[in-house]
Design a protein. Structure first.
Length: 248
């Protein structure tokens, strides 16, 4: 009787494990997006990657890049960015017509480049890689606001590096302004677009940039945070506002 009872218990345990595995395999992109929206970025990355789709790999890359930039320690950051870059490449291979795949790949490479420094990034060809990915994004979807924002940041970075980098890579302040303005036109209520442009304005416009940057930051601060990611952006907005007021 005891043996029979033990056998039944083992069967129940095995059955529960099988159901657990099947349930885990049934996760959808919606589950990953929900986890991302709630701020469970690492869980979102795992869930999204498990879908084995271009959309999933892109979301996984985004989740890891966000976590690496906003939440990881200095020692961990590069590791998350490296994994995000790999997933971005997977996203592109899975669907070469998916603009989000190229954008999230560029996002991951860009954050990695920032973490290793602009000169190292230039030597490794990362700057050219980011530009190529962003331009491909816009070739597929010309009205992709965050891709314009990213390309604006790319031009601003190259322009600030010096004339040699400008002549080699073609980064221009005028192009940075063009892409930022286009991003703002396409997404006037995007916290991240408002924040990123505000960061750059003082160096792109020495006369009125500081004043306009404050205006953009104030607008961003008034917008509601729709998810955990935007709550992180809101923190940066408030910190940037404090810095802006302190520099006046």
């Amino acid at each position: 009787m005891e043996r029979l009872l033990l056998r039944l218990i083992r069967l129940l345990v095995v059955g529960a494990l099988v159901l657990f595995v099947l349930d885990a395999g049934a996760q959808t992109i919606d589950d990953a997006q929900t986890a991302f929206g709630e701020g469970h970025f690492l869980a979102a990355a795992d869930l999204a990657e498990a879908t084995r789709t271009s959309e999933g790999y892109a979301l996984a890359a985004r989740s890891l890049t966000v976590y690496g930039y906003h939440m990881a320690t200095d020692n961990e950051r590069i590791g998350y960015f490296e994994r995000a870059m790999q997933l971005g490449e997977k996203a592109v291979r899975a669907d070469s017509t998916n603009p989000e795949a190229y954008y999230q790949s560029a996002h991951a490479v860009g954050r990695y480049a920032q973490s290793v420094g602009i000169l190292t990034a230039l030597r490794r060809g990362l700057a050219s890689r980011v530009r190529r990915l962003l331009e491909t994004t816009l070739a597929i979807q010309p009205d992709f606001a965050e891709a314009h924002m990213g390309l604006g940041g790319w031009h601003a970075d190259i322009a600030s590096t010096g004339r040699v980098a400008q002549s080699i890579y073609g980064g221009k302040r005028e192009s940075a302004v063009f892409h930022y303005e286009r991003a703002l036109e396409l997404a006037p209520k995007s916290k991240v677009v408002l924040l990123e442009y505000a960061f750059r304005l003082p160096e792109l416009d020495h006369k009125g940039g500081q004043k306009r940057a404050k205006e953009l930051l104030m607008k961003a601060a008034e917008l509601p945070a729709r998810d955990a990611y935007e709550e992180l952006i809101q923190q940066e907005v408030l910190e940037a506002l404090a810095d802006n007021e302190g520099s006046e």
